[in-house]
Design a protein around this ligand. Structure first.
Ligand SMILES: Nc1ncnc2c1ncn2[C@@H]1O[C@H](COP(=O)(O)OP(=O)(O)O)[C@@H](O)[C@H]1O
Ligand SMILES: [Mg+2]
Length: 241
C-alpha cells in the first residue's frame, strides 16, 4: 500500500450533498483517495454508491460541497461489459481510441494489443462478444478502458454475476494494474470477498456519508458494528452486541 500521508489526494470530496427530488442520497460526504491505491466503497443497496461514481465521472453534479479531481483520464468498467455485439474485440477496443484521441492506426493497434495482453486475452482479438463468456466480456470491457491509459479506473460491482473463480481472476487483474501501471482504482461493491481481496482501504457508506473507514487489515479485525455487519453478513443491530 502506498504511503498516503506523503501525497496529495487524486480525488477529494468535501461535504458533498445530493438529493433526487426530496430523497437525500448524499449528506455531508467527505473522503480522499490517494494515487495508486485501491479503495472499495461498500454500502447497502440504494446507499448512493453508483451515484458517487457518476459524480466522479462528471455525469452528475452535486447540490453542494466540493469535489476535486486531480486526473484527466478515467476508465469505467461497466457492470455488464457494454460491448458492441456487432463488432469484434479489436473493433470494440479501437473505437474509443479513434473517437477520442489523435493516435495513428499503428499506435491504436499497439494500444489494443497491449491492453489485451494485460488481461491475457490476446487470442480473442478477432472474436465477437457472443463468442466469449460473461467474465471474458467483462475483462474485455476493462481492457477497452485501459487502452485509453486512464489514471483512475472505476468499477461498479465488478464481481456481480461472475462465478467465484472468474471474480477472483478479475480481482487479481485489479491488483496487477495497481502494481504494474500504478493505476488508482475505486471499487464499489457489497461483496465481502472482493473487499478483503483487493482493498488497500475500505470506506463504508450509510445514510449518505462515510460511517467507517480503515485499511484492509482494520476491516478484518475491527469489532465495531459496520465492519462486523459486512464481514459476518449480519444486520447492523445484531453486531451491536
Ligand atoms: N437518476 C435518479 N433519479 C432519481 N433517483 C435516483 C436516481 N439515481 C439514483 N436514485 C436513487 O438514489 C439512491 C441511490 O442510488 P444508487 O447510487 O444507484 O445506489 P447504490 O449504487 O448504492 O445501490 C437510490 O434510492 C436510487 O433509487
Ligand atoms: Mg449501484
Amino acid at each position: 500500500m502506498p504511503d498516503i500521508e506523503q501525497q496529495n489526494p487524486i480525488i477529494s470530496f468535501k461535504n458533498v450533498t445530493l438529493s433526487f427530488g426530496n430523497k437525500q442520497v448524499l449528506d455531508g460526504l467527505t473522503f480522499d483517495i490517494y494515487p495508486k491505491e485501491i479503495v472499495t466503497i461498500a454500502g447497502p443497496s440504494g446507499s448512493g454508491k453508483s451515484t458517487i461514481l457518476k459524480i466522479i465521472s462528471g455525469l452528475l453534479k452535486p447540490d453542494s460541497g466540493e469535489v476535486t479531481i486531480n486526473a484527466e483520464r478515467f476508465g469505467m468498467a461497466f457492470q455488464y461489459g457494454a460491448l458492441f455485439n456487432s463488432m469484434t474485440v479489436k473493433e470494440n477496443l479501437s473505437l474509443p481510441l479513434e473517437e477520442t484521441t489523435d493516435l495513428s492506426h499503428k499506435e491504436i493497434k499497439k494500444r489494443v494489443q497491449e491492453s489485451l495482453k494485460i488481461v491475457e486475452l490476446e487470442h480473442t482479438i478477432d472474436m465477437y462478444p457472443s463468442e466469449l463468456s460473461g467474465g471474458m466480456q467483462k475483462r474485455i470491457s476493462i481492457a477497452r478502458a485501459l487502452a485509453l491509459h486512464p489514471e483512475i479506473l472505476l468499477y461498479d460491482e465488478p464481481s456481480t454475476g461472475l462465478d467465484p473463480p472468474t471474480a477472483a481472476r478479475l480481482e487479481e487483474d485489479m491488483l496487477k494494474f495497481r502494481d504494474k501501471i500504478g493505476l488508482t482504482s475505486i471499487v464499489v461493491t457489497h461483496d465481502v470477498e472482493t473487499i478483503m481481496h483487493v482493498s488497500d482501504r475500505v470506506l463504508i457508506l450509510d445514510n449518505g456519508h462515510i460511517v467507517w473507514q480503515g485499511t484492509n487489515e482494520e476491516f478484518r479485525k475491527d469489532e465495531s458494528s459496520y465492519p462486523c455487519s459486512f464481514r459476518e453478513r449480519k444486520d447492523i443491530k445484531e453486531c451491536n452486541k
